[in-house]
Ligand binder design. Structure first.
Ligand code: SAM
Length: 335
């Protein structure tokens, strides 16, 4: 029976996001801009990455502390070799909701193996259906059709798919309605995400954020919506359903309506640092623990201590000054 573990603001530990690589095959302008993540960028050396065995061990310890959901992310998780082997190891943890976030570039090739390994569902990030806009946003000229083929491949093997869209003012606002229409037809939930001030490299400005309320209004004007109650405490997306019963969308209003008060999430970087907030400045070195002499009980006690001391609520404290504070990059910590 998991122990009841709460942080200083009475938030339980329920979700773990695991970045399994800091590398990505895209250079999305708002996440890993080319000017920073160019040829000379020093990515983590392989020996610094947690092995699959180390991740699975930590996954079991976290599950013992109350974690019910693990999301694999990155960087781009599907470019870590044999990722399906890790999925199979984590899928063996009883009662775990196991999911993964991907840019979909190689999903068509990987969908069957991920399903066979026991992945429960998948989130595909896609910012536009317009090929020109999409190529400009991923900044490696990657065609939208390949991602759409990946989504179809995941559906074909019965992996439930959600689509995440980061909306940046002046870049892909006009993609909101076409995305809503397209994925309503296909029966996939689309979630529109406010552009956030993660890291330092993306030059974030509040003016670049399209508020969730405007996104909902834009969809509602053509496809009438009504709000849905959240399914569980701490649900990040605010849900709306089409009034004609043809499906639902979500919005993630991390800037205009922050949800720190209900945040039950911890994040593990690819090199094994634990962060208790997406906007944290420092992590806790779990790799030293798993590579040391500690047993699982000692690691669990250390994790419990970290969680009990947690007080982060960056998004609720966000102000015009906070973007300049030191923070880690999303590609490192995992989105
Ligand atoms: N490569 C995978 C992918 O594309 O989904 C996983 C990692 S990516 C960092 C995870 C998610 O973070 C993506 O949906 C991405 O769009 C989102 N993201 C990255 N930078 C963001 C930002 N500044 N604001 C909001 N979302 C962001």
């Amino acid at each position: 029976m998991p122990v009841a573990l709460e942080d200083t603001l009475h938030r339980p530990l329920r979700d773990l996001r695991v970045s399994i690589t800091d590398r990505c095959n895209f250079r999305c302008v708002y996440c890993m801009p080319k000017e920073v993540y160019g040829r000379d960028y020093a990515f983590l050396p392989r020996r610094d990455l947690l092995t699959f065995e180390e991740i699975a061990r930590l996954g079991r310890v976290f599950a013992g502390l109350g974690v019910e959901k693990i999301r694999l992310t990155g960087g781009e998780p599907l470019i870590r070799r044999d990722v399906e082997r890790l999925v199979a190891m984590l899928a063996a943890i009883p009662g775990l909701d196991l999911t993964l976030t991907t840019n979909g570039a190689v999903l068509a090739q990987k969908a069957q193996a991920l399903k066979d390994a026991g992945l429960g569902r998948i989130t595909v990030s896609l910012d536009s259906l317009d090929d020109e806009i999409f190529r400009a946003m991923n900044d490696v000229g990657f065609p939208v059709q390949t991602v759409l083929d990946g989504i179809d491949a995941a559906s074909a093997v019965e992996l439930p798919v959600k689509v995440n869209v980061v909306v940046k003012r002046g870049i892909n606002e006009d993609s909101i309605l076409p995305m809503a229409r397209h994925f309503r037809e296909l029966g996939h939930i689309v979630r529109f995400i406010e552009y956030m001030d993660v890291g330092h490299t993306n030059g974030w400005r509040l003016d670049d954020v399209v508020p969730a309320a405007d996104i909902v209004a834009a969809v509602d004007a053509e496809l009438p919506l009504e709000p849905l109650p959240s399914r569980y405490p701490g649900e990040v997306a605010e849900r709306y359903r089409y009034r004609d019963g043809s499906g639902e969308i979500g919005v993630i209003a991390s800037v205009t309506r922050p949800f720190c008060g209900a945040c039950t999430r911890a994040r593990l970087s690819a090199d094994g640092s634990l962060y208790t907030c997406l906007f944290a400045t420092t992590g806790h070195d779990l790799r030293a623990l798993v590579r040391g002499d500690e047993g699982d009980d000692e690691i669990a006690a250390a994790l419990a201590g970290i969680w009990r001391g947690r007080a982060d609520r960056y998004s609720e404290l966000r102000s015009s000054a906070t973007p300049d504070l030191p923070k880690v990059e999303m590609s490192y910590i995992g989105g």
